[in-house]
Design a protein around this ligand. Structure first.
Ligand SMILES: CC(C)(COP(=O)(O)OP(=O)(O)OC[C@H]1O[C@@H](n2cnc3c(N)ncnc32)[C@H](O)[C@@H]1OP(=O)(O)O)[C@@H](O)C(=O)NCCC(=O)NCCSC(=O)c1cc(O)c2ccccc2c1O
Length: 154
């Protein structure tokens, strides 16, 4: 299965909202989302919790790969919502590591508006801190194996 396809479910909640991954590696994770009704708060603007969800998901996948496919656990997330993304707009999300330690990783996640006619405009910037030295439980081994296959294909 192509990681860029709508069927790829590296992260179930992101998949449900229509997020499509573009890159998955130890140094960069990215993807795109169209702002639909499912993602909006009452003013038809991207819900701040969805931006935080994207940050948590991208940072966790990246940290999992960077740790050599150990289990990761997010321990802190901070987010600044710089400008709104309106219903119908396209959002590009990118994430990269700030620090990769044996136990703790810190990842930066940035969301951008991507109108072709305009310069990219930042929607939010997040920092996610993760513990990345935990053993993988048996029930999660299959999904990590699946993730490994996708990463090696890219
Ligand atoms: C918070 C800001 C409006 C502050 O902007 P500031 O004045 O500091 O900066 P700028 O003037 O440079 O503007 C930057 C950028 O903000 C947009 N903007 C500014 N003013 C307005 C405005 N009056 N109305 C709409 N948008 C405005 C404008 O697009 C500017 O961009 P440019 O492209 O023109 O440069 C601003 O920082 C901001 O809008 N931040 C984003 C806030 C946001 O989207 N937060 C997340 C969603 S809120 C949420 O999640 C939420 C959840 C709920 O469950 C709710 C439930 C019930 C009610 C509300 C809920 C809710 O809001």
């Amino acid at each position: 299965m192509d990681p860029k396809s709508a069927e790829f479910t590296a992260d179930n909640p992101l998949h449900i909202l229509g997020f499509v991954f573009e890159e998955l590696s130890a140094t960069r994770v990215s993807g795109r989302l169209t702002v639909t009704d499912k993602c909006c708060q009452p003013f038809k603007v991207l819900h701040g919790g969805v931006s935080a969800l994207i940050a948590e998901g991208l940072a966790s996948l990246g940290a999992g790969i960077a740790s050599g496919y150990k289990r990761v656990a997010g321990v802190h997330l901070s987010i600044h919502h710089i400008r709104p993304a309106a219903l119908g707009e396209s959002v590009f999300a990118e994430s990269f590591p700030v620090s990769v330690g044996k136990n703790i990783q810190v990842w930066e996640v940035r969301l951008w508006k991507t109108k072709e006619t305009e310069k990219k405009k930042m929607i939010s910037t997040s920092r996610v801190t993760l513990l990345s030295s935990l053993p993988v439980p048996d029930h999660a081994k299959d999904s990590l194996d699946q993730l490994k296959k996708f990463v090696s294909k890219l």
